[in-house]
Design a protein around this ligand. Structure first.
Ligand SMILES: Cc1cc2nc3c(=O)[nH]c(=O)nc-3n(C[C@H](O)[C@H](O)[C@H](O)COP(=O)(O)OP(=O)(O)OC[C@H]3O[C@@H](n4cnc5c(N)ncnc54)[C@H](O)[C@@H]3O)c2cc1C
Length: 410
């Protein structure tokens, strides 16, 4: 069997690991645009702020690939796929044949119609080139508008604010809609205000306003408000990165949530590519594992493989994490919510059959792993214990129930 994976982000790594769980002999080739192995977009804001070097953008080293018998084709782009002949054509002129192909090429911003007239006042925040361009702009600017409601927009807004830029985040709904309701978004918005970042929920740009010398002056919002800005960063994903030859065969009636099938049984799509909104690193990795297992023809119940990984982000000095099922809208699932706006604390627990089924927490620094442990343990607890966990947090819950005493000691 010859597997080819296009893309070298977390979904690609997940796919390698999914394949190698069952197939130790099949040849795997990974094609990636960046110069280094498995690239993490989540590190990009740190790179922009200078906290990590170019080399540290990598989440796996070369040995990782050698040990798993994976051939790397880096610093090149897959330009075209001939699905009849089962061949991928690279920018370098090389042709690579496959038996099973995965597209793990991610997602990018959907362009706004005002982008073309803004030239060097409008940026994406996805590729390394975008970030290099943005770095130059930051050094000569004072005010920015960031478009988006997800992890990408929050990370970029944080870096800009730490560089002394006054930032406005514009989102169509509220922040992190995949995890939060409006109440919780407000906690984060308040926190961001302390960093000089204002969030305008339910806002869109009606018109961009330019000065007589053709520079961006600001934006007119749908509400009629005018806001000054030197540049706009579009950090709202929405456009899958497809490759010629594949776009025609993608069937958007996906067979499940984690892998998108195509009309061709030997072509798979996974990771952020099949996610229309913002997605977390760990979700993409797990999507990739599911795709890898399918490529290796493992007959499985995907829902059991995809055990809701911890999705987390640390922005503006607070931790935000979620695990398990957090969008559950079922009468069998009880949602318990605790908000302490003054201390920037939020917990939402999803209880099903007297077990923790999902959680979303803001502010419980570094404890996401403990909530996840509780989730996986299947520990049964009654309502009063659930309320105790909600109000006092996981450490107090462990102490109260004498759980993991060794962990508490350390
Ligand atoms: C600025 C920013 C900050 C973020 N912060 C966080 C965070 O704090 N926490 C978190 O959980 N998530 C964060 N994320 C989201 C997370 O990075 C994504 O969910 C994750 O990277 C998606 O993984 P993926 O493998 O599906 O796609 P990607 O990581 O986008 O990888 C796609 C890969 O495909 C390659 N590629 C595309 N086209 C081609 C081609 N034609 N040929 C060859 N290679 C190609 C790309 O170069 C890239 O290597 C952040 C994202 C951004 C942009």
């Amino acid at each position: 069997m010859k597997y080819v994976i296009i893309g070298n982000g977390p979904a690609s790594v997940g796919a390698i690991e999914g394949i190698r769980r069952y197939d130790f002999d099949g040849a795997i080739t990974v094609i990636g645009k960046e110069k280094f192995p498995a690239f993490s977009r989540a590190m990009v804001p740190y790179y922009l702020s200078g906290r990590v070097s170019y080399e540290k953008l990598s989440i796996r080293n070369f040995d990782y690939y050698t040990e798993r018998g994976v051939e790397l084709c880096l610093d090149c782009s897959a330009e075209l796929v001939d699905t009849q002949k089962k061949v991928v054509f690279l920018s370098s002129g090389t042709e690579i044949s496959y038996d099973s192909l995965l597209l793990a090429t991610g997602n990018r911003s959907r362009q706004h119609n005002f982008a073309n007239c803004l030239q060097d006042n409008y940026y994406d925040a996805f590729s390394l080139t975008d970030i290099e361009n943005l770095r130059e702009k930051i050094s000569v600017s004072k005010r920015a508008i960031v478009l988006g409601d997800g992890v990408e927009a929050l990370s970029i807004a944080e870096v800009l604010s730490l560089n002394g830029i006054e930032v406005i985040v514009l989102c169509q709904g509220h922040l992190l809609p995949e995890l939060f309701d409006n109440n919780c978004s407000e906690i984060l918005e308040k926190r961001m205000l302390g960093f000089g970042v204002t969030v305008f929920s339910d806002s869109t740009i009606k018109k961009v306003v330019k000065s007589s010398d053709d520079k961006l002056k600001g934006v007119l919002l749908g509400t009629g408000l005018f806001r000054e800005a030197d540049f706009i960063v579009n950090a709202a994903p929405g456009k899958p990165v497809l490759i010629s030859g594949i776009d025609e065969i993608v069937s958007y009636g996906s067979e499940n949530k984690f892998i998108m099938s195509s009309e061709d049984a030997s072509v798979f799509l996974s990771g952020n590519l099949i996610n229309k909104s913002s997605s977390f690193f760990a979700s993409s990795y797990n999507y990739g594992v599911c795709a890898g297992l399918s490529m290796a023809s493992v007959d499985m119940d995907i829902k059991n493989v995809y055990k809701s990984p911890v999705r987390s982000i640390n922005v503006f000095g607070i931790n935000i994490s979620a695990g398990g099922a957090v969008e559950v809208d079922s009468p069998k699932v009880e949602k318990l919510e605790y908000i302490d706006k003054d201390n920037c604390l939020f917990r939402k627990l999803f209880i099903k059959n007297n077990e923790l089924n999902g959680y979303c927490i803001v502010g419980d620094r570094g404890f996401a792993g403990l909530y996840s442990g509780l989730l996986r343990s299947g520990l049964k607890f009654d309502r009063s214990s659930a309320l105790f966990l909600l109000k006092e947090g996981v450490m107090s819950f462990f102490a109260e129930n004498n759980l993991y005493p060794d962990l508490l000691k350390s």
